[in-house]
Ligand binder design. Structure first.
Ligand code: UD1
Ligand code: CA
Length: 449
């Protein structure tokens, strides 16, 4: 049985107090709407439709950047959640199977939970995801009769008795596509908000003799983000889970509460992560590596046995082979560092490749940018780049070549050569002392005046 997901993301998000549409605010380095798309992808949704509204152009761009196969439809007026789902009808034309409705501001719904809902769909026409609310506040209330969900009552329309119910609507819902749209066609807006409520389809289904039920998940999973404090809380929850998961997977975190992961960080077993390490998106770390304190990594790959940091920065396209060492105050960007090579102190290696077992001396810089274009530096294997070498790209250094410290290398160096490119040293015997003596004499003459 196929499944499709409709992600509601048209809301304004007034309480974020932001120019950025709410669903584009990030949790763990990804816009919240991307978290919902990932859940849909994880259950192999055949189609994913994001309903945009406020900031439609920006949301559409972000969604398509993440996954070009995701459809977006614009809800020009926010007339309610039922109206929002109806906007996806054309995008789902020809689709048959279950449709799951998700929200773009509810990033923690687990794929396993969606699978549980789909399983419940075998025996019910409509399945709603509910949770026991510690503080039911303004959530819609689920009116159950045994296993059957009779109806959902919105807070504004609820009687005092209904408000006493603590089993609440998460907003996530599952129904067969044909049934869903046929139920939605019957939803009106005669209620306290004057909105078309998606939640009304439950009562309508029951009137038609179709059954509805609810599946329960922990409240934390349905957490929605409406303001910056909740955004920070969502980040906190994400990080707590990610740290626990990393440790369960055999990763040592010396000070877990100081390590920050991205939504897609992958870390191999027996890696040691020291305090204050930050992972941006798209990082994979193989087993048995050590990421030392205060390092910042994004868009990079670190192979088995490598050491990074302290105070290292790996930027997008940094590719470290096995047993590579990248030390303190080094920045690597769009560069491949082959097995056993070392970039240990104060270097910038960008748009470059460094061969196996090459040693990059302290302070070496690949001068990759001429102000307009970026150029590549290619360094062979077992080369020795002297401290403070400037490699002015495009330039190639052959295998086993050496450069003298302080060289400014502007031309290719053949394999096995030694290249020195700096002013020649001149020693003038006795001149140092004579110079100092005369300066001191001038100073004491001044004092006596
Ligand atoms: C909704 C549910 C409520 C549930 C709560 C959970 C309805 C009628 N009520 O209430 O039962 O407890 O979520 O958080 O469904 N949206 C659109 N277009 C619209 C309206 C909303 O895209 O026209 C989107 C919003 O951006 C948001 C989501 O749908 O992501 C929910 O809308 P919101 O107005 O926050 O619904 P609630 O009143 O909180
Ligand atoms: Ca809401």
């Amino acid at each position: 049985m196929s499944v499709a997901c409709v992600i509601l993301a048209a809301g304004m998000g007034t309480r974020m107090n932001s120019d950025l549409p709410k669903v584009l605010h990030q949790v763990a380095g990804a816009p919240m709407v991307v978290h919902s798309i990932k859940a849909a992808t994880a259950i192999e949704a055949e189609r994913i439709v994001v309903v945009t509204g406020h900031g439609a152009a920006q949301v559409t761009k972000a969604v398509q950047d993440w996954n070009p196969d995701t459809a977006t439809v614009e809800q020009t007026e926010q007339l309610g959640t039922a109206h929002a789902v109806l906007q996806a009808r054309d995008a789902l034309a020809g689709f048959s199977g279950d449709v799951i409705v998700l929200y773009g501001d509810t990033p923690f719904i687990r794929p396993e939970t969606l699978e549980t809902m789909r399983a419940a769909r075998q025996s019910h026409a409509v399945v709603v995801l509910g949770f026991e609310a510690a503080d039911p506040d303004r959530y819609g209330r689920l009116k159950m009769a045994g296993d059957t969900l009779d109806s959902i009552v919105e807070f504004k329309d609820a009687t005092d008795a209904e408000k006493a119910i603590t089993f609440c609507n998460s907003g996530v819902l599952c129904a067969d596509a044909t049934t869903l749209f046929s139920l939605l066609d019957e939803v009106g807006n005669d209620n306290a908000s004057g909105e078309f409520y998606l939640t009304d389809i439950v009562a309508i289904a029951n009137e038609r003799g179709l059954s509805a039920t609810a599946v329960t998940c922990p409240e934390a999973e349905t957490m929605g983000v409406n303001d910056r404090a909740q955004l920070a809380a969502a980040e906190r929850i994400f990080q707590a889970n990610a740290r626990a998961e990393a440790m369960e997977n055999g990763v040592t975190l010396t000070a877990p509460e100081t390590v920050f992961f991205a939504h897609d960080t992958v870390i191999g077993r027996d890696t040691i992560i020291e305090p204050n390490v930050i992972f941006g998106p798209d990082v994979t770390i193989e087993s048995g590596t050590r990421i030392r304190a205060f390092s910042h990594l994004e868009g990079c790959h670190v192979s088995r046995g490598a050491t990074v940091g302290p105070f290292a920065r790996l930027r997008p396209g940094a590719e470290l082979a096995e047993d590579v060492h990248v030390g303190n105050f080094c920045e690597i960007k769009n560069a491949t560092i082959d097995e056993g090579a070392k970039v240990n102190h104060l270097s910038y290696i960008g748009d470059a490749s460094v061969g196996a077992r090459t040693n990059i001396g302290a302070g070496t810089i690949t001068c990759n940018y001429d102000g307009v274009f970026k150029h590549r530096t290619t360094i062979g294997r077992e080369a020795f780049i002297g401290s403070n070498t400037m490699l002015v790209a495009p330039v190639t250094v052959g295998d086993r070549a050496l450069t003298g410290s302080g060289s400014v290398i502007t031309q290719d160096i053949p394999a096995d050569a030694l290249s020195v490119a700096r002013a020649k040293q001149v020693n003038k015997p006795g001149l140092g002392k004579r110079l100092m003596d005369s300066l001191r004499a001038r100073k004491s003459a001044k004092k006596e005046q």
